[in-house]
Design a protein around this ligand. Structure first.
Ligand SMILES: Cc1cc2nc3c(=O)[nH]c(=O)nc-3n(C[C@H](O)[C@H](O)[C@H](O)COP(=O)(O)O)c2cc1C
Length: 342
């Protein structure tokens, strides 16, 4: 209800300012306890998730408010993307609300304060409970992007419940080429060598804009390298029909118009991996029904971001509550049982 009152004021602001204000408000708000293991609990990659709903990367890029986000009811939080050196990102404006489409276009370009600054913040929270994944990226001007991912693995793994290797941002030129077979093989070799046998699980975050051959190649390599999970998906550079005037802005599209594409990619990866690798479904999820559909299509975990812009922070606890209802309605006793059951 409070969000309904505040929303017009937030929407009157430039979206990036509104986002900064939201993060600042969270940072000064009292930290509530993270959710406890309940009927929706699920074990994935050796981690025990109290519920399957997470907040996707990009909301808390600099790991400023992970505990406040867990306190909203999220079963896990993914901070980042973080790069080895701080970087300013693309010129503003670079974030657009497509209100009529319940969507967002962003071309932020990995703006972040760098791994070291985030590490200091994450160090201060160590010992606290709650699953906090760290999403890692490469600097735009890096000569050796694979070395950036390896360095970030080394630096961040002591503080990460899991690492998410993001090679799917459309806003760092050439980054998505790391999804190509040879490059992906070399990248994962480097990251997994740094991670070693005792480090956290490693997930790979991929784009929705992939051809069937790409999906097969990525799946084959992911299985061969024994990746712990695939995050499907990042924003899309495609433009399904949109009504808002910002539709032609360059960048990645997220929110409602991404839903069907991200769902289709999840199904593609489910059949290409045949259940061998846990999948994390993200893209256009804005309700418990969407989350449930993604789980039934093969996702062990789901994440949201853009829907929070339109529905506010209470969305997390609403989705979790309604998801339990849907699980029971369809006769399942656990989320694990429902994964891929469609
Ligand atoms: C403003 C904004 C910034 C984002 N930044 C990142 C990022 O730094 N790293 C990343 O892996 N994904 C990033 N994403 C993508 C989201 O994590 C998510 O994959 C995508 O938005 C689809 O989910 P949604 O439709 O629920 O928003 C960003 C998305 C938005 C809207």
């Amino acid at each position: 209800m409070l969000f309904d009152l505040v929303r017009p004021a937030l929407f009157a602001l430039d979206p990036e300012r509104a986002h900064r204000l939201t993060v600042r408000a969270l940072s000064v708000s009292p930290v509530r306890k993270p959710p406890k293991r309940g009927p929706l609990a699920i074990d994935v990659a050796g981690l025990s998730f109290p519920n399957p709903l997470g907040i996707a990367a990009g909301f808390d890029k600099d790991a400023e408010v992970p505990d406040q986000l867990l306190g909203l009811g999220f079963g896990f939080v993914e901070v980042g993307s973080l790069t080895p050196r701080p970087q300013a990102g693309n010129p503003k404006p670079r974030l657009f609300r497509l209100v009529k489409d319940r969507a967002v276009i962003n071309r932020m370009g990995f703006n972040n304060g760098g791994g070291e600054a985030a590490k200091a913040r994450l160090k201060r929270r160590s010992g606290r409970s709650g699953i906090v994944g760290i999403n890692i990226g490469a600097n735009k001007d890096s000569d050796d992007r694979i070395a950036d991912y390896a360095a970030m693995t080394r630096a961040m793994m002591p503080f990460a419940s899991y690492l998410a290797v993001n090679i799917s941002s459309p806003n760092t030129p050439g980054l998505r080429a790391l999804q190509d077979g040879g490059a992906l093989f070399a990248l994962l070799d480097a990251v997994l060598a740094e991670r070693g046998s005792a480090g956290p699980p490693v997930f790979l975050k991929i784009a929705p804009d992939l051809e069937p051959a790409d999906i097969d190649t990525i799946s084959r390599i992911a299985i061969e390298k024994k990746l712990d999970g695939l995050i499907v998906s990042n924003t899309t550079v495609s433009r399904p029909p949109l009504r808002s005037s910002f539709a032609s802005e360059a960048g990645g599209l997220s929110g409602a118009p991404l839903r069907d594409l991200a769902l289709q990619r999840l199904r593609d990866f489910r059949s290409a991996t045949d259940g061998a690798i846990p999948l994390i479904g993200v893209g256009g999820i804005s309700s418990a029904e969407d989350a449930w559909q993604r789980i039934r299509a093969g996702a062990s975990l789901v994440q949201i971001y853009s829907a929070l812009v339109y529905k506010g922070p209470s969305l997390a606890s609403r989705i979790v509550k309604d998801l339990e209802y849907l699980m029971r309605r369809d006769g399942f006793c656990s989320i694990a049982e429902a994964v891929g059951s469609e």
